[in-house]
Design a protein around this ligand. Structure first.
Ligand SMILES: *Cc1c(COP(=O)(O)O)cnc(C)c1O
Length: 354
């Protein structure tokens, strides 16, 4: 039986994507060779890379506006330092909304001054800070759009007279935004786009080339752009599966279409959390994430029966991150409304038992 996969990452991918990916591993386009045993310089793979890069820009509505899409390696964690390496000359602003922002701040401090414009660390990142002031003269402002661990999400982005950089690892392609308000977006593939091993970077070219330091080739966005994201051997499998997922998304109507389903899933789960006396939500209501819902049982005695029922229903990956505890239901694009329904049914049954 296929499980209901609520894992936070690596996470669920569409079935048809897994099927096509497995076929390509055995025989890529009828070539008699596997996708992962051909040259990345072959026309077939160059087509994959070009299609994936173009689709990413198309789905975000960023074609012909000076943006480049890159599929790099090193995860979102390498972007924490690459962003600073390429953009931080004197001072950058960071909004600290969770573990991942915290880590990006730590890396940026190696390259220049970091101004924490706001932080929700005082309440273990339950909320998104509001009404903070952004100083002028920043090299960029860095945000984390969705806080995977704590289950909060930025709903309204600040306007700022500096380049806006955003870690969208766990909510890219999940909701419609004016993506042109961002100058650099990065996202590890394994949350909402593909398998682990590649990171999508969308960068507006005109923000690059302004720092005085020398940048090693592998860490230089300009080098990757000049080589069409093929400076060295890319993660061919991860890029291919990301391309398939982006095609799947386009075929179902793009970000607007998936957003409607994501809204339904989130509404279904959060209304159960709010109505049920045996569950408590973790994040502030107004800041709740539509991707990762964090909640807890109000009575520890229910832990055992609840987890037993989850297991019997084939629900996977519901354990909260160790820094929050409780439960976390990750509802990425490929998770169906039906799977959320199965979880909610179990939660309402707990209510009867509780
Ligand atoms: C998972 C995650 C990361 C870390 O990604 P890696 O690819 O493992 O480096 C960074 N930021 C956010 C928001 C994440 O969810």
């Amino acid at each position: 039986m296929k499980k209901h996969n609520f894992s936070a990452g690596p996470c669920i991918l569409p079935n048809e994507v897994l099927l096509k990916a497995s076929e390509a591993v055995m025989d890529f386009k009828g070539s008699g060779l596997s996708l992962i045993e051909i040259s990345h310089r072959s026309k077939d793979f160059v087509d994959v890379m070009e299609t994936a890069r173009a689709l990413a820009l198309e789905l975000l509505g960023l074609e012909n506006q000076g943006y480049q899409a890159l599929f790099l390696q090193g995860g979102a964690s390498l972007e924490f330092l690459m962003v600073a390496y390429n953009l931080l000359e004197t001072k950058a602003g960071y909004l600290n909304t969770g573990t991942w922002s915290d880590k990006s701040i730590k890396e940026a401090k190696l390259f220049g001054d970091v101004v924490e414009v706001g932080s929700s660390k005082d309440e273990n990142f339950k909320y998104i800070p509001q009404g903070y002031t952004i100083p002028s003269g920043l090299d960029y402002l860095h945000l984390t759009s969705n806080n995977t661990i704590f289950g909060t999400q930025i709903k309204k982005f600040p306007t700022v007279d500096a380049p806006l950089v955003c870690d969208m690892s766990s909510d890219i392609f999940s909701r419609q935004l004016d993506f042109s308000q961002f100058d650099l977006i990065y996202a590890g593939a394994q949350k909402n786009m593909g398998p682990a091993g590649t990171t999508l970077v969308i960068v507006k070219e005109d923000i690059l080339g302004k720092v005085s330091r020398q940048i090693p080739s592998m860490l230089d966005y300009k080098v990757h752009i000049s080589k069409d994201s093929m400076f060295n051997t890319p993660s061919v499998f991860a890029v291919y599966v990301s391309m398939l997922t982006l095609q799947w998304l386009k075929n179902m109507g793009g970000i607007g279409a998936i957003e409607e389903i994501n809204e339904k899933k989130a509404r279904l789960l959060y209304s159960e959390i709010d109505l049920s006396p045996v569950f408590d939500g973790y994040a502030n209501e107004g800041d709740r994430s539509k991707m990762n819902a964090t909640f807890n049982l109000t009575d520890d005695k229910l832990k055992e029966p609840f987890e037993k029922m989850l297991k019997e229903a084939g629900i996977n990956g519901l354990n909260g991150h160790r820094s929050v505890g409780g439960y976390r239901a990750s509802m990425y694009n490929a998770l169906s409304l039906e799977s959320v329904g199965v979880l909610v049914d179990i939660m309402s049954e707990m209510e009867r038992k509780g």
